[in-house]
Design a protein around this ligand. Structure first.
Ligand code: SF4
Ligand code: SF4
Length: 337
């Protein structure tokens, strides 16, 4: 495998800050306190600008989402996207957010920067009113809708993503209609990765309520196009210069992708990335960080992304481990055998 030559997509977790407290998210404990040991940091703008310059023209999709925070919380997000866009004119920019931060004016400004190019903002809105707020804790449904409306009216391209829970299934038709009325181009009904019963606790770790996915698991999920012309204009999924490849057992490699965390470390995927930041976290069992090379081998603040991906860990250690199914995380997350 040759990770450096393979790179075409970037998944970047721009910050470890978030305004929300979704109970299944790794950055908090069941919707309560922030996970102990999580450093609160934003991706450095200078490092970002260098990354954009170093990869100029080579990145076909930039995906801003992540394990530890919401890209909307980065104080320099708009200027960072503008810079990236200057170096990458033929690239889809995708921003996944809970949309509950900022006022509508900020979202208008974001749309102004994005509207002339392929982009989409993916809004996680899990139902109508209070139903949405049961999972997207700490966000206001009314504020999110106001922000999305402002973004769409200013020329932004939006995808409404609704995670399916037992408590919101009766709202699917209403959501579909509202998404269309508000000018979204796509609606995705998404399966929850949570267990059938998800306990939700407060900041003092006291039980509050339970969310269920028992019936939701039987409901058909998937992407729906609400506005065909605009959907084609703003999104380029099938690319001749980006052919499907299945030569390796790692789906992220086959998708030409790597993950960069808010601490500016480059990882093969979000699955491994999540096991590397908080040492001693129960989830560490899935990936043994002591097998990694010296500190800094994947630090973007010290070298370019191509220099990082030329480190023998990628093409030799990691590739062999995936091929032999040595990592538990690869077996459990990707079914590698
Ligand atoms: S919005 Fe995203 S980062 Fe924030 S708590 Fe929810 S899942 Fe986690
Ligand atoms: S968990 Fe392993 S196989 Fe799956 S995407 Fe990550 S590196 Fe690839």
């Amino acid at each position: 495998m040759h990770w450096s030559q393979n790179l075409r997509k970037l998944h970047v977790d721009l910050t470890s800050y978030c305004n929300a407290k979704c109970p299944a998210c790794a950055r908090n404990l069941n919707g309560g306190p922030t996970t102990p040991g999580l450093a609160l940091e934003h991706f450095e703008v200078d490092v970002w600008n260098q990354l954009a310059k170093d990869t100029a023209g080579n990145i076909h999709k930039l995906f801003l989402n992540g394990n530890w925070g919401d890209p909307g919380m980065h104080p320099n997000l708009i200027e960072m996207l503008a810079t990236f866009g200057q170096y990458h004119t033929d690239c889809d920019l995708v921003i996944c957010t809970n949309g509950g931060m900022h006022k509508p004016e900020w979202w208008c400004e974001l749309a102004t920067v994005l509207k002339e190019r392929r982009h989409r903002v993916v809004w996680s809105i899990d139902g109508i009113g209070k139903s949405h707020e049961l999972y997207r804790r700490n966000t206001s449904y009314d504020r999110v809708i106001e922000n999305m409306q402002a973004f769409n009216s200013a020329g932004g391209a939006s995808e409404w993503v609704m995670t399916l829970w037992d408590h919101n299934l009766h709202e699917i038709d209403t959501v579909r209609k509202l998404a269309k009325d508000l000018g979204c181009y796509w609606l995705e009904l998404r399966d929850s990765h949570s267990p059938e019963e998800l306990l939700v606790t407060d900041n003092d770790k006291r039980y509050e309520y339970t969310l269920y996915t028992k019936k939701a698991k039987d409901v058909k999920s998937g992407l729906e196009i609400l506005n065909k012309d605009q959907a084609e204009k703003f999104r380029k999924d099938l690319r001749l210069d980006f052919p499907s490849q299945t030569e390796f057992k790692c789906p992220w490699y086959n998708e030409y992708s790597v993950q960069i965390d808010p601490f500016m470390k480059v990882w093969p995927c979000c699955n491994i990335s999540i096991y590397t930041h908080i040492k001693g976290h129960p989830m560490d069992q899935q990936f043994d960080v002591t097998t990694l090379p010296e500190d800094g081998f994947n630090d973007l603040s010290k070298q370019s992304i191509y220099e990082i991906l030329e480190h023998p860990w990628w093409d030799i250690t990691l590739s062999t481990a995936i091929d032999r199914a040595e990592y538990k995380v690869c077996r459990n997350s990707c079914g590698v055998r």
